[in-house]
Design a protein around this ligand. Structure first.
Ligand SMILES: Cc1cc2nc3c(=O)[nH]c(=O)nc-3n(C[C@H](O)[C@H](O)[C@H](O)COP(=O)(O)OP(=O)(O)OC[C@H]3O[C@@H](n4cnc5c(N)ncnc54)[C@H](O)[C@@H]3O)c2cc1C
Length: 503
């Protein structure tokens, strides 16, 4: 049994009556907390309140639903577990798995959340939470820089967990000049890093990318997953920063909700644009309690690979992706029904290929769980091979699947009226109702489905997703290298040696 109390499984102390009654964070609590002075900049201006701004309000409400689902007593077993330290119900996203049952339960909780956005929101509160589960499961990695760093990472995981908080991260340096290391940029404070020590903590300046959902979250984890080299020590940090910390600025890319003229015409863009934020830090103070890595290149690297953080975080990402692919094939099936093509043999072959690709992702999730191993702290590590094999191919299978959808639909996503207003105007509605139905449905139902499909694959939102699936887990050349490192090559070359030994 681990000495780390946070690693206890479901057990933990029996809760007192007040602890059991301690309330989960609701969607309303969450929305209220977002109006905290956070510095989000759009079109040259500071956004006053992200919950009211047309670019962000709808996605904030979608995120709030996640908290409502977790707070729903009927979902308690699925979405929460009993805190090992306080005994109160807390998000499963913060559970450090000790058994295969725990790991599966965490995946099922992520699946429930992913279905809210049909897999369109990737950095929901269960993504970076899982990185912190991995960090807190092996605090020894952080303690290599001093005992206090290990203690702080465990305490911060507990803080996030006990307060139902949402962390996002920015762990990639900006693309200013990748031919040079961080410390040899034209100005060594361009990439986020420590610029000085101050009483009680450190001061950080510079930029880092790309905090997806950053503007919707409570905390930013700032660190670096790109290789660093001697001289880059100031950039070899791991710190947590409240999103409204003075000096922390978020620059979201163009929000798609602004172009979404109606929920009918843009059913996904209008609701689930989680945003991707470029992060600028202007002399941001971080107290020592929230500094987990300080000027240490080795620990900065080891946090990802010598803890199960990358495995937990990406298991969640794959659970979300599997939901999205189920939605994708469901969409294709409905479109085929509508066009009357569903039973054409070539269409069935293409649907079979889609089904095969979706199943690979779904079943590899189960493989990550069933092949998970237990470490000396009694903590489960999902199978690296099962995760990285599917992640490594994601940047190829995703475009293939989108291509099949495009092939199956022909012009069906294009030969549509300009907006829902054409269905409402007496000037245009009669033509549309007469000439745009399918054999099985009214014009309105057909147009609604085809707009959904277009928003999924063709709109600006759909195209951002294309890029997201390619890069959210790192460029594919890196993931493939991870896979190669994880693969049992000894067994493979052993077979060849055996064959050679036959003479
Ligand atoms: C939509 C989206 C959301 C994201 N969300 C997050 C997030 O929440 N948090 C976060 O921290 N990051 C996030 N990222 C960033 C993501 O982690 C990076 O995009 C990813 O790590 C790749 O880094 P890069 O974009 O700098 O690409 P680069 O490293 O510049 O690579 C781009 C391409 O250049 C080529 N290339 C570059 N270097 C090499 C090399 N050494 N060998 C061979 N080829 C090379 C490859 O073709 C590669 O695909 C997100 C990215 C996207 C697109």
């Amino acid at each position: 049994m681990s000495a780390n109390p946070n690693i206890a499984s479901e057990g933990g102390p029996e809760p007192s009556a007040s602890q059991s009654a301690a309330r989960m964070r609701t969607g309303e609590d969450y929305l209220r907390s977002l109006n905290d002075g956070r510095a989000v900049f759009l079109e040259g201006e500071k956004v006053r309140d992200v919950t009211k701004h047309p670019a962000f309000a709808a996605a904030a409400r979608s995120a709030a639903r996640l908290f409502d689902i977790a707070a729903d007593p009927a979902m308690s077993d699925r979405m929460t577990f009993r805190s090992p330290t306080s005994g109160k119900r807390v998000l499963r996203a913060y559970q450090i798995p000790r058994t295969h049952v725990d790991l599966r339960a965490k995946r099922l909780a992520s699946e429930a959340w992913s279905e809210v956005s049909f897999g369109m929101m990737g950095r929901t509160p269960d993504h970076v939470s899982n990185f912190f589960c991995g960090f807190a499961a092996v605090p020894e990695v952080f303690a290599a820089g001093g005992k206090e760093f290990g203690e702080r990472v465990v305490a911060f995981h507990e803080k996030l967990r006990e307060n139902h908080l949402w962390a996002t991260y920015a762990i990639v340096p900006p693309q200013i000049d990748r031919s040079k290391p961080a410390h040899r940029q034209s100005d060594p404070t361009l990439y986020a890093g420590v610029v000085k020590e101050r009483d009680g903590g450190i001061v950080i300046s510079g930029a880092q990318q790309l905090a997806t959902a950053g503007l919707y979250s409570d905390y930013l984890y700032l660190s670096c997953i790109h290789p660093l080299q001697a001289g880059d020590e100031n950039h070899a940090i791991g710190v947590a920063i409240p999103i409204n910390a003075p000096g922390l600025k978020l620059y979201p890319r163009r929000p798609f909700a602004l172009q979404a003229s109606s929920t009918f015409d843009y059913p996904l863009s209008s609701r689930f644009d989680e945003s991707d934020c470029f992060v600028v830090l202007d002399n941001v103070f971080v107290p020592w309690e929230e500094v987990f890595i300080y000027r240490n290149i080795e620990i900065c690297r080891d946090q990802w690979w010598k803890t199960p953080s990358h495995l937990y975080g990406n298991l969640q990402a794959q659970a979300r992706y599997a939901t999205k692919l189920r939605f994708m094939i469901g969409l294709a099936a409905r479109m085929n029904e509508m066009t009357g093509n569903a039973s054409l043999p070539p269409v069935m072959v293409q649907m079979g290929e889609l089904a095969a690709l979706v199943s690979i992702v779904e079943k590899m999730l189960e493989a990550q769980e069933t092949l998970a191993t237990v470490d000396s702290n009694g903590v489960l590590w999902p199978s690296r091979e099962a995760l990285y094999s599917v992640m490594a191919l994601q940047s190829e299978i995703n475009p293939r699947m989108v291509e099949i959808i495009r092939e199956l639909t022909g012009s069906a996503m294009i030969t549509l009226p300009s907006s829902i207003k054409d269905l409402e105007s007496p000037l245009t509605a009669p033509d549309i109702e007469r000439y745009m139905p399918s054999s099985a449905t009214s014009a309105r139902d057909r147009i609604q489905l085809m707009r959904l499909a277009w928003d999924f694959v063709g709109s600006e939102f759909g195209n951002r997703h294309h890029q997201y699936e390619k890069f959210y887990g790192g460029a594919s050349f890196i993931v493939k290298q991870n896979m190669l490192r994880s693969y049992d090559m000894k067994r493979a070359t052993g077979l060849v040696d055996k064959a050679l030994a036959l003479g």
